[in-house]
Structures are given as structure tokens and as C-alpha cells.
Design a protein around this ligand. Structure first.
Ligand SMILES: *[C@@H]1O[C@H](CO)[C@@H](O)[C@H](O)[C@H]1NC(C)=O
Ligand SMILES: *[C@@H]1O[C@H](CO)[C@@H](O)[C@H](O)[C@H]1NC(C)=O
Ligand SMILES: *[C@@H]1O[C@H](CO)[C@@H](O)[C@H](O)[C@H]1NC(C)=O
Ligand SMILES: *[C@@H]1O[C@H](CO)[C@@H](O)[C@H](O)[C@H]1NC(C)=O
Ligand SMILES: *[C@@H]1O[C@H](CO)[C@@H](O)[C@H](O)[C@H]1NC(C)=O
Length: 466
């Protein structure tokens, strides 16, 4: 009897204690809210710390986590066998450049101090928890790790490799052999490490030292063609007129509203400038890329609408620098298209006997976006401009979705009972290629019709001549 009684009593006490604890923490939180809102306008008041699902779409600094597809079931279209896998991937989450990190490290602590003293003087509308989170913040990254892949970035690529192998277990087989796989990356730590992470995801830790990575090409007409493209450099990259839409957007009422919103929230008397706001935004985005599930105190300085406006500014920039804004952006991007086109053609036509099963390339936003545009992907019916953000709310050209960290385009060639087919995947999900009707499984003949000319006429010397 007593043997039973004591454990019951004990657990009853425990339950009561826990309940009491919950209530008191709730009450103290409520109290905090009341105290804060006494000083401030109630309708403006909220705590970032209390949001369960904060906004996480930060253009090209978006974490891959929000785009990944965890369904790694084997992909087996009826009557088909996967014959070749081709991948063009951006590197995973990285550090900012050394220069950017030095700026963040020197400027943000100054802003941090001012925010805290503003709060103590009863100014602004940040809640206590958000201020406390900001107070605890310190810049932790090593400024010498110039754009290095971070741990999260390594994991992104390793997991993607692992999942693609699960989807195509009969094609992407272990162990590594030189005759079956081609790995190539650009000249940078982050693409090198990304390639290795992906290879580890496929072949495992033990086999990784056997994986061969192709010699670097310098210059690299396949994975960094824009460095060779004089026409693009002159007319777009180094031409201030080419980024006029972004500039006009920065002078728009929408950006003014962000400046006002952040200035007021943080309790500054005179308006912050866009460069200070950009530093806070950068820290928020990198924090969330490095630790996607953790809170970033710097994100608390923005409302969701602020973040959407800043996201649009980034998308505008990439639209004119790498996307549909200027034809030269994508015209120069035919080499990767030709690479996969020729490779598939050789398999289909049986012109070589030594076909690799997997071809894996690791590169950068500037390359991947241009190639996506060359394939005709994510094209909106209307142009993006500084004045039509509201019309473009459901835009295809949204870099948060198409060019997050570890974003990629994969093409898979299938040999089916009635001929060859191709499926394209972006962020591990099948997409429809232009010219392929309504099916994600595209007939080889339709693929050929769509891209044959682009592959055959790919002469970047000519395309890029000024
Ligand atoms: C609080 O803010 C809202 C919207 O920003 C405004 O309409 C309202 O007048 C403000 N109320 C007070 C008491 O300042
Ligand atoms: C693959 O080829 C490279 C270069 O030809 C060679 O150095 C390497 O040992 C080869 N690896 C394997 C596993 O055969
Ligand atoms: C790539 O990274 C590996 C491992 O860190 C290193 O040994 C190798 O030299 C790097 N390759 C290049 C081309 O930098
Ligand atoms: C922005 O304001 C800060 C002070 O908050 C100042 O140090 C900085 O030079 C300004 N930047 C620009 C581009 O005006
Ligand atoms: C495609 O598969 C068929 C058998 O279903 C085979 O006869 C043919 O050689 C394959 N084609 C290629 C290019 O491998």
C-alpha cells in the first residue's frame, strides 16, 4: 500500500510544481508585456522572440533547409531506368567575405550599444526579450575564414548527396570509380568543400579519399564563364546603368518605409541610413544560415514586411546582373547547357562506350542563375522593376527559392521502354522544362528540339565579343 502511495504522492507534487512554474512564468511574461506596452503604442508592439515561425526568406542568403526535399524515395518512372545524372550546384552556407566580416564586427557593436541605451531611455518599441537577445550577441565568426563553407553548409551538401543516392540507388552506386563519376569545382574553398561534402554523402567517409576531383580550370569557361565575358563585364557588371532599377528601388517609398520602421523600432531620433540597415540585415541572414533553427537577434529589428522589401531589393539586383534583365546575362551561359546536352546525346546515340553515370559540378550564384535563365526557367511574364513589387509578389524569379545556399539544377536521363526521357530537378523537386508539355518527364526529342540550337551555337568568344 505505502509502496504505491509514495510514488503517486511524489508525482502529484511534481505535477503541481510544474503547473505552478508554468503559470508564474506566463504571468511574468504577461507582466513584461504590460510594462513594455505602457510605454509604447500597443498596436506596434510585438516580440520577435515569441514568433514560432519567423520569416526566413533572405534571397541568396536563405538557408537550404527551407527548400530541401526530405522525401528520398527511389524515383522509378514505369518502364524506365536512370542512365545519367548531371548536377550544377551552388556551394552551401558560407561566411561573408573577410572585408564584410570586418565591417560587421566593427559596426554592429556600436549599433548594438545605441539600441540598448535607446531602450533604457524608454525609446523604441523592441520588447525586453528582443533587447536582451541583442545584448547577448557577439560576432563569433573568424574574419580570416574568407567566404569559407561553414559546418551547416557542409551538412547541406552531404545530405543532398545522400538523398540523391537514395533516389537513384541503381545509378549512383558505390564505390567511387574514375570511369563512372566526374567531380569538378571552381577555384574556391567553399566549392571545393561543397564538392567533398556531396561526395561524402554519396560514397561515405571511408571511400571519400578515393574520390577524384578534376583539376581546376583557370580561366574556367564552364563554371565561371562570366569572368571571360567582356561584353557582360562592360555592359552589365561594370555598368552603373545596368543596376539602375535597384538604385531607384533604394530611393523608393518602400525602402523609406523600411528605414522608418527600423529607426522607430530601435528608438533612434534621426533616421538610420540604408548602409547601417544593410549591415543588420546581413547579420540576420547569415545568422539564420549558420544556425537555421536558432533565433537571430538581428532579425528582430525588422518587421516581416521590411524583410520582404529587402528581399525584393536583392531579387532586383540578381535579375539585372544574372537573370532576364539583359540577354547577355544568359546568352553567355550556354557552356553548361551544352555540356549536359552533349553528354546525354552521346548516351542516347551510343556514340561512346565510356559514359560516366554521374557528373557533378560545384559553383556560385552568378553561374547557376545565368544557367537557369539559359534553360528558360523561372521566367515571369513581366519584367521586374523598382516600381512593381506588388505585381511581382508571386514571382518565379525569387532567389530565396531558386538560389538559396546549396541550390542546384540536376538533370537525369532515363532509358524507358519507348525511348529516352529527361527530368530536371531544382532543390530536389522535379520541375517542368520549357518545350516539354505538361509533363515533368520530358521526351528526349522535345528536349532536343528545345536546346539543340543553343548547344550547337555555343561560342562564348563570339557571344561575348564587344
Ligand atoms: C498606434 O499606431 C497606430 C498605427 O501605427 C496608429 O494608427 C495609432 O494612432 C497609434 N496610437 C497611439 C495611441 O499612438
Ligand atoms: C582517378 O584518376 C586520377 C587522375 O587520373 C588518379 O590520380 C586517381 O588515382 C584515380 N583514382 C582512382 C580511384 O582510380
Ligand atoms: C580542396 O580541399 C582539399 C581538402 O581540404 C585540399 O587538400 C585540396 O588541396 C583543395 N583543392 C584545391 C584545388 O584547392
Ligand atoms: C551611415 O550612418 C553611420 C552612422 O550611423 C555613418 O557612420 C556612416 O558613414 C553612414 N553611411 C553612409 C553610407 O552614409
Ligand atoms: C535502353 O534500354 C534498352 C532495353 O530496355 C536497351 O536495349 C538499349 O540498349 C538501352 N539504350 C541505351 C542507349 O543504353
Amino acid at each position: 500500500m505505502s509502496k504505491l502511495f509514495f510514488p503517486i504522492l511524489l508525482s502529484l507534487c511534481l505535477v503541481l510544481l510544474v503547473q505552478a512554474g508554468k503559470r508564474s512564468s506566463k504571468e511574468s511574461k504577461k507582466e513584461k508585456h504590460n510594462k513594455a506596452s505602457n510605454l509604447k503604442n500597443q498596436s506596434d508592439y510585438y516580440c520577435y522572440d515569441d514568433i514560432d515561425h519567423p520569416y526566413v526568406f533572405f534571397a541568396t542568403k536563405t538557408s537550404y533547409r527551407w527548400n530541401r526535399n526530405k522525401n528520398d524515395d527511389e524515383i522509378t518512372p514505369p518502364g524506365c531506368v536512370a542512365q545519367q545524372f548531371w548536377l550544377l550546384s551552388r556551394h552551401g552556407s558560407r561566411n561573408p567575405s573577410t572585408g564584410e566580416m570586418m565591417t560587421l564586427k566593427s559596426i554592429l557593436p556600436l549599433i548594438q550599444n545605441e539600441i540598448i541605451s535607446n531602450y533604457k531611455a524608454g525609446k523604441g518599441s523592441l520588447c525586453k526579450d528582443d533587447v536582451e537577445n541583442l545584448e547577448k550577441w557577439v560576432f563569433r565568426a573568424n574574419v580570416n575564414d574568407d567566404e569559407y563553407l561553414v559546418k551547416e553548409g557542409f551538412k547541406e551538401l552531404e545530405d543532398i548527396g545522400d538523398r540523391y543516392q537514395d533516389r537513384f540507388p541503381k545509378l549512383i552506386t558505390k564505390p567511387f570509380t574514375n570511369s563512372s563519376y566526374i567531380f569538378k569545382h571552381t577555384e574556391s574553398e567553399r566549392t571545393n568543400a561543397s564538392a567533398r561534402a556531396f561526395a561524402k554523402g554519396i560514397f561515405g567517409k571511408k571511400d571519400l579519399p578515393n574520390v577524384f576531383f578534376q583539376e581546376l580550370s583557370s580561366p574556367d569557361s564552364l563554371l565561371k564563364f562570366d569572368e571571360l565575358c567582356s561584353k557582360w563585364k562592360k555592359e552589365v557588371h561594370k555598368n552603373p546603368k545596368a543596376s539602375i532599377e535597384k538604385k531607384l528601388f533604394e530611393e523608393s517609398d518602400e525602402i523609406s518605409s523600411v528605414i522608418k520602421s527600423v529607426t522607430n523600432r530601435l528608438g533612434f531620433m534621426s533616421p538610420l541610413n540604408l548602409s547601417d540597415i544593410s549591415e543588420m540585415y546581413t547579420m540576420c541572414t547569415f545568422d539564420k544560415a549558420w544556425r537555421p533553427k536558432k533565433l537571430s537577434p538581428w532579425c528582430a529589428v525588422f518587421s516581416k514586411e521590411d524583410l520582404k522589401i529587402l528581399e525584393y531589393r536583392e531579387d532586383l539586383k540578381y535579375y539585372y546582373e544574372d537573370g532576364y534583365g539583359f540577354p547577355i546575362n544568359y546568352e553567355q551561359a550556354c557552356m553548361p547547357l551544352k555540356d549536359v546536352y552533349d553528354s546525354f546525346r552521346q548516351v542516347v546515340e551510343g556514340t561512346t562506350s565510356s559514359n560516366p553515370k554521374g557528373i557533378f559540378y560545384f559553383t556560385h550564384t552568378a553561374t547557376l542563375l545565368k544557367v537557369m535563365a539559359r534553360f528558360g526557367l523561372f521566367k515571369d511574364a513581366i519584367e521586374m522593376t523598382h516600381s512593381n513589387r506588388h505585381l511581382m509578389k508571386k514571382r518565379e524569379w525569387r532567389t530565396s527559392l531558386i538560389n538559396s545556399f546549396a541550390a542546384h539544377l540536376a538533370l537525369v536521363l532515363f532509358n524507358c521502354s519507348d525511348g529516352h526521357y529527361i527530368t530536371a530537378y531544382v532543390q530536389e523537386r522535379p520541375i517542368k522544362l520549357p518545350g516539354c508539355g505538361s509533363d515533368e518527364l520530358c521526351k528526349y526529342s522535345d528536349f532536343k528540339k528545345q536546346y539543340e540550337k543553343l548547344a550547337a551555337s555555343c561560342n562564348i568568344d563570339e557571344i561575348c565579343r564587344i
